[in-house]
Design a protein around this ligand. Structure first.
Ligand code: NAI
Length: 465
């Protein structure tokens, strides 16, 4: 197929620009549906998620959990000595995980007969992408160029003392102390890792709470747990400036406070990669640097779609997968349903984890009115498995009065795994009684999900009511 490229014919059914979660999912699904596909990638297939996001950070978080287990083993009557973190060995483990998944993904793309084009691509027409002087035509073009760490005006990320998450993943030693700017998902996950690895950590968050997009009760529970772990944080505190001092940085806040540390991690969000790629020239409508799309991920140009972190939806790898699949199916002539973004599960993989699906209590009150919202919070103190793991936390349900469960919010060790059941409950618009009648396995943490529904259905078992 690539041989025909440059003739002006639509050589491919789809040309995908960017091989991250959104782009490669689109390419794989399109090929599965019998379309001819070209996939253009300038770096490594797999993008941010595989190489500098979800996968390597979760490997670090797992190493952090192992460190905590060995440090705290006496609590369980197991004698061990925690000797320290061998960062090169942690990195070798992390890189090994990434390497195996990378190899598998390359094999998958090859086996689906996708034409893989290595190089920097640029949109040159509504139906063409150019890579190194070669033009690749497609009936459809899918933009999937992703996102990159943002900074603040005047704050230069030098990769030495002031880091982005990309640099933070590649440290060859554990810093003695770190200031983490931004108490969102990236900030809380790195704070959690570094604390477990033995660093002194301070998070600075401008909004009143950590993980501010989550239900306020979940944010408060995480804050309580972080306080117990001696992770420092300043909330409602805006960054004012940073200067170099001997062996590190001095960070100033607008409230006058100053914090010194070896490193500053900037985790104030990720911005779209959309500049100088030809998007505007070809007529693709943009919004604050994001590509604007309709609910089927179609841009203002009929032949061009866009997916993943490049568009203004939730910046999550699994959202990218979903959007990529949706676009492939639409192009193939199927009639896929739009994504219900409230139904997308969100997990912050810190210790403890925060997991949620659906709307927060505050959002439900806005949406349905105060009198039409019911909530219940089931404390993990009553859950056997959580006590065995020695975790504190809760499962909170938000329900539309006399209606289905519209939000599930959880905090605690390993609760990220519970979000699978939570998303079915939300997605299938279950009523508390529907879930209350399902017998949950004992002793598991999923029982806490069952118990919360029993309580909301007016028949609590291991809870007062
Ligand atoms: P974020 O938007 O989640 O958090 C950034 C935080 O920085 C916000 O809470 C914001 O209020 C704060 N902030 C902004 N300006 C500030 C200032 N001047 N002073 C103090 N605080 C300030 O972005 P984050 O954590 O960088 O993550 C980027 C994206 O990657 C997010 O969309 C996130 O969902 C995604 N991601 C998802 C993960 C997961 O699902 N487990 C893991 C890591 C990232």
């Amino acid at each position: 197929m690539a041989d025909n490229a440059g003739t002006g014919d639509a050589a491919f059914d789809v040309v995908v620009l960017g091989g991250g979660s959104g782009g490669y999912a689109c390419a794989l699904r399109a090929a599965q549906l019998g379309l001819t596909v070209a996939l253009v990638e300038k770096g490594e297939l797999g993008g941010t998620c595989l190489h500098s996001g979800c996968i390597p950070t979760k490997a670090l978080l797992h190493a952090a959990e192992v460190a905590d287990s060995s440090r705290e083993s006496e609590q369980f009557g197991v004698r061990s000595t925690f000797e320290g973190i061998d960062m090169p060995a942690v990195n070798a483990y992390k890189d090994g995980v990434v390497g195996r998944l990378y190899k598998g993904l390359q094999g998958l793309v090859k086996s689906r007969k996708i034409t893989y084009i290595e190089g920097m691509g640029r949109l040159v027409s509504p139906t063409a992408v150019e890579v190194d002087g070669q033009r690749y035509e497609g009936r459809h073009v899918v933009l999937a160029t992703g996102s990159t760490p943002k900074s603040l005006p005047g704050l230069e990320i030098d990769g030495q003392r002031v880091l982005s998450s990309d640099h933070a993943l590649r440290l060859d030693s554990v810093p003695a102390s770190v200031v983490v700017l931004g108490g969102g998902v990236i900030g809380c996950e790195f704070a959690s890792v570094w604390k477990s690895f033995g660093a002194e950590v301070t998070i600075v968050e401008a909004l009143p709470h950590l993980v501010p997009l989550e239900d306020e009760q979940a944010s408060k529970m995480l804050e309580r747990a972080f306080r117990k772990r001696k992770i420092n944080f300043e909330v409602g505190a805006r960054f004012a400036g940073v200067e170099s001092v001997d062996n590190g940085v001095r960070v100033s806040l607008e409230n006058g406070k100053q914090i010194e540390a070896e490193l500053l991690l900037v985790a104030v969000g990720r911005g779209p990669v959309s500049q100088e790629l030809g998007y505007e020239q070809v007529g693709v409508e943009m919004e604050r640097g994001f590509v604007k799309v309709d609910e089927h991920c179609q841009t203002s140009v009929a032949t061009i779609s866009a997916v993943g972190d490049l568009i203004p939806t939730l910046q999550l790898a699994h959202v990218g997968f979903g959007e990529g699949i949706l676009v492939a199916e639409r192009i193939a002539g199927l009639d896929p349903a739009p994504i219900d973004y409230d139904g997308v599960p969100k997990v912050t993989y810190s210790e403890p984890e925060v997991a949620s699906v659906g709307v927060t209590e505050a959002r439900a009150r806005e949406k349905y009115g105060d009198e039409n919202v019911e909530t219940i919070t089931y404390d993990l103190a009553g859950n056997g498995k959580s006590q065995i793991l020695r975790t504190a936390g809760f499962v909170k349900l938000v329900r539309q009065k006399d209606g289905p469960v519209v939000g599930i919010h959880m905090v605690g060790t390993r609760v990220g795994e519970l979000v699978a059941e939570a998303q079915l409950i939300y997605g299938w618009e279950a009523y508390p009684d529907d879930v209350a009648s399902l017998v949950h396995a004992h002793p598991t943490q999923t029982e806490a999900v069952g118990e919360a529904h029993l309580a909301l259905a007016g028949k609590p078992l291991h809870a007062h009511g």
